[in-house]
Design a protein around this ligand. Structure first.
Ligand code: ADP
Ligand code: MG
Length: 604
């Protein structure tokens, strides 16, 4: 079985190599036809389209940001080149760099203005911006050439003033390969993991310390830069810049290509554009049906192939990842330091004073003062609906407080969840919140990127700084997975592992952020006995290493065995607090909650 996957992989690699070689040789084939420049032009334009589709894939596919302004960004990149070279006689290379800058800056401006907008609204804003940008270009007078556009743009030259169409084709192909590598390097990096984390669950991403806004701006900047580049190149290829290039209708090839090839896959945009461009070429005799055919193709693709060609392969038996067996020696060789830095024993790490949270008439949390200390397992119990989860959401910045205050490490808590997480407070939600489409290993690594401290550029160019940080994080993530017994599953998607494994993975991912306070909301629900033992071992070890572990738990046996101190909550109020022994003997607790079980017997 495994060997057939390997064979298939080899075939794919060889096929890709042959395809690239044939593409590089295409100008020679074109020469044997009756109209070489025509064929060269068609493929060159498709190469530009593929670059733009990759840019769209980065923001829409990986980033989950719906953009209807990428044709507009392309147009602006084109005008940057046209205006600078024709009106201001800039060198073509410099103008191309400016096209990238214009794309990035414009994208950043738009997203800064619409950070509060949610998915659909953001899409509508980009649509509006696109329309306005096109109209502005048309009304730009001699600066933009108005409705006629600017004609006479040339490809830059290396030794001559202008490259030959053949040389420019080779240049475009090389740039496309470069852009593909940029996409790949970004996706397989901390930056890419954060991007996908935000797409899958902003709530969880912020719990891991990721700033949603800063990150969205970065994704859009990268995507805008590539769109500007695609536009600059296209204007050089076509020889003009025209407002129609910004028209969303002419962007059909990008959207159809992206979805047909497979959105949020690496090769999808290129394969999709290749197919769409080929179809458009084959039906060129009936160009009036072009839109109809592409529209039909998009519809067909949505219905029968929603993940696209590459996506279908990824999810198939051949493309999906497998369990990888590690041998014990390798597992034993992992080095793992999870000791909590900069805290002393029994230090107060977090405290709340008279904290209250009301939802309309419901007093979900009603004046809770609680203290979490280092090196302690702090249990919280209480009936369903008593306000435990709400309390955690208040402590971690997810809900604004109705009254009271929270202090973290002696200072007032910041208001945003990601800032609280960065201070060392990491929560695990009651309902599983994994990045289900990412691998088990990537889930853990997502919690680590923030301390890796490499930039987007380090990731793109795979600098030594990136390599070092990545190797260290991967090693540490594997060690953490080994601790939870999940190492062999590292390559599987998080969505495909068992419920118990998912819960353990979430705990491990939270530990990867190196918290001082780890808050677990009912982590033991649905775990098998062996999984419960792993979780128990992990929690005790973390507390021993100096962490403050807050454990909300329904499984009273599990909790009482682990906790150093237990707080009992009922109807949003603390009704008892003390050692497990004390709490179990407390009359109020016996009445309100534990009364259902006879604990004196159980403990005996
Ligand atoms: P627990 O975690 O102890 O089971 P919760 O904190 O989830 O309890 O809920 C406490 C109370 O607050 C419940 O009555 C619940 O219905 C209510 N509640 C929780 N979240 C919200 C919300 N977002 N809006 C309105 N009511 C809520
Ligand atoms: Mg709850």
């Amino acid at each position: 079985m495994i060997s057939s996957y390997k064979t298939l992989n080899r075939v794919l690699v060889a096929g890709t190599a042959i395809a690239i070689a044939l593409l590089y040789l295409f100008p020679l084939f074109a020469r044997t036809t009756n109209n070489p420049s025509y064929y060269l032009q068609i493929v060159s334009v498709a190469l530009c389209s593929a670059i733009l589709t990759i840019s769209l894939n980065i923001c829409m596919g990986y980033g989950g940001l719906m953009s209807l302004m990428h044709t507009g960004l392309q147009m602006m990149g084109g005008y940057a080149v046209a205006i600078l070279t024709l009106n201001h006689h800039w060198n073509g290379w410099l103008a191309l760099v400016m096209a990238i800058v214009v794309g990035a800056v414009f994208a950043v401006l738009v997203i800064l203005l619409s950070l509060r907008a949610t998915y659909l609204y953001f899409g509508m804003i980009t649509l509006a911006v696109n329309l306005i940008a096109m109209e502005a270009i048309r009304q730009g007078g001699s600066f933009t050439g108005g409705y006629n556009g600017l004609i006479g743009v040339m490809a830059p030259g290396i030794t001559t003033t202008m490259m030959t169409p053949q040389a420019f084709y080779v240049f475009l192909l090389t740039i496309l390969i470069g852009v593909y590598v940029i996409q790949r390097n970004l996706v397989f990096s901390g930056f890419g993991r954060n991007t996908m984390a935000l797409r899958e669950s902003p709530e969880t991403a912020t719990a891991l310390g990721i700033s949603p806004n800063v990150h969205r701006v970065k994704i859009f900047a990268v995507s805008g830069a590539l769109a500007g580049l695609a536009g600059g190149l296209l204007s050089m290829q076509l020889g003009y810049a025209m407002s129609e290039i910004g028209d969303l209708g002419s962007g059909l090839i990008f959207f159809v290509g992206l979805f047909l090839g497979g959105i949020s896959t690496l090769a999808g945009p290129i394969i999709g554009v290749a197919v769409v461009a080929t179809i458009a070429f084959l039906i060129r005799g009936t160009a009036q049906y072009n839109t109809l055919v592409l529209g039909g193709l998009l519809l067909l693709c949505m219905v029968v192939l929603p993940r696209g060609v590459v996506g279908m392969y990824r999810y198939s038996r051949f493309g999906s990842p497998h369990v990888r067996e590690f041998d014990q020696a390798e597992i034993d060789s992992f080095q793992l330091d999870i000791s909590v830095k900069d805290v002393v024993k029994n230090q107060i790490l977090l405290e709340s004073h008279d904290l209250a949270k009301h939802f309309g008439g419901i007093h979900a949390v009603d004046g809770v003062s609680i203290v979490f200390r280092s090196g302690e397992v702090h249990g919280i119990i209480g009936p369903n609906g008593s306000g435990k989860s709400t309390l955690i959401s208040c402590l971690t910045g997810y809900y604004p407080l109705t009254a009271g205050s929270v202090e973290i490490l002696g200072n007032p808590a910041p208001k945003k969840p990601f800032l609280i997480s960065r201070l060392g407070v990491t929560r695990v939600f009651q309902i599983p919140h994994l990045f289900e489409r990412e691998s088990v290993l990537d889930n853990v690594l997502t919690g680590m990127y923030r301390r890796d401290r490499y930039s987007i550029f380090d990731a793109i160019f795979r600098t030594p700084r990136y390599r070092k940080a990545n190797a260290r994080s991967t090693e540490e993530a594997r060690a953490l997975l080994a601790l939870a017994g999940l190492l062999n599953q590292q390559d599987l998607t998080a969505g495909s592992i068992s419920h118990g494994q998912k819960r353990l993975l979430e705990v491990v991912r939270a530990v990867a952020t190196q918290p001082k306070i780890l808050i677990l909301d009912e982590p033991a629900t649905g775990l098998r006995q062996d999984e419960l033992d792993v979780l128990k071992g992990l929690i005790s070890r973390l507390a021993k290493e100096g962490m403050s572990v807050v454990l909300i738990e329904h499984n009273v046996d599990f909790l009482m065995n682990l906790a150093d101190i237990v707080t009992v909550i009922e109807s949003g109020k603390v009704i008892a607090e003390g050692t497990p022994m004390e709490v179990q003997k407390n009359e109020k607790v016996l009445d309100a909650y534990l009364g259902r079980t006879d604990f004196s017997k159980e403990l005996a």
